[in-house]
Design a protein around this ligand. Sequence first.
Ligand code: MN
Length: 406
Amino acid sequence: MSLVEIHPDSNFPIQNLPYGIFSTAENPSPRAGARLGDFVIDLAMLDEENAFGKHFGFFADASLNRFMAAGRGVWREIRQRLIRLAGEEQASLKKEALRPIHDAQMHLPVHIGDYTDFYASREHAMNVGVMFRGRENALMPNWLHLPVGYHGRASSVVLSGTDVVRPRGQVKPKDAPPEFIASRQLDFELEMGFFVGTGNDLGKPIAVEDARDHIFGMVLLNDWSARDIQAWEYQPLGPFLAKNFATSISPWVVTMDALEPFRVAGPGQDPAPLPYLGSDSANGLDITLEVTLQSARMDAPQIISRSNMKYLYWGLEQMLAHHTVTGCNMRPGDLCGTGTISGPTEDSYGSLLELTWRGEKPIALPGGESRTFLQDGDTITMKGYCQGDGYRIGFGEVMGKILPPK
Ligand code: MN
């Protein structure tokens, strides 16, 4: 007899069991939980009661880092135990160990030491390249040979629901000197993020065939971007202030073990990558993604993009192998973004830059409004899920609202 009813459309059936950090009014200490339907399983409480057969201790931490560092063997052991506890042994769970989600305050799940953002969608790279450099030079000569990325800013990674203040910065109007303004081209980027579980020692790269064992799980990620600031500053070293003011992530980390059944072939890589990057076989993940926009005046959100993680040209394992091939050390809890996930059709583009083609084709919204870039009061929400046979492995959502500049 199950206490927890799971609707077939729920993002959080027993096959998922993602991890997060939560607190409650009775126990304000942030601690680890696993999501099941509309409930949070209090892992710190289970661990105290020895429900895992031995005491791990790390579930009482305010981040998942020590759990992530414990390695894939421990991740699997815990997951197998939780599947039994959430399923056939659910009656043995104490009522207090199962908290309704509306009683839970969510926190950033991971202490993120470093954040890296890639640029792994060929469609996105093409679209941006065509806009900024013209069709002939759209894809840079390196793009098909390596997963392009840049080192981002970990301090401004925020949890879903955190407001985003419109940044100010330097922009360069055409035929006029640079000026200092509040960004007029504030944008979102539809991405997925993956967390490093076990890291590597400085000087010892993670081989592409071992990369899978080092990736703990994934979240939805919105890499907010100020396009006018970006256009002026990005050469020659890449984005700097245009992307360092906020990056939003969803609160539940979906494990790679839960995502395993949704691996698919990628779009195919030609030319074949150098051997250290492996091949793209079963590199893709079939994750349905959507973006909605709701202005301050709208009653309900409007879908403005539908995409899928499977469109990405580069796989997560390739990104991690490339990142560490110099000997760069990754640490538990490091976050990597995939880059904007754009699909092949105009309704599947993962940013307003592409959806409105740099502002040339405004999006019509209900109530007579239109958008080229984000206005103050706009809320962007991203959702994602894998569709199984009669169940969904979902990510929930990542949401953020734009506030006027300070
Ligand atoms: Mn990005």
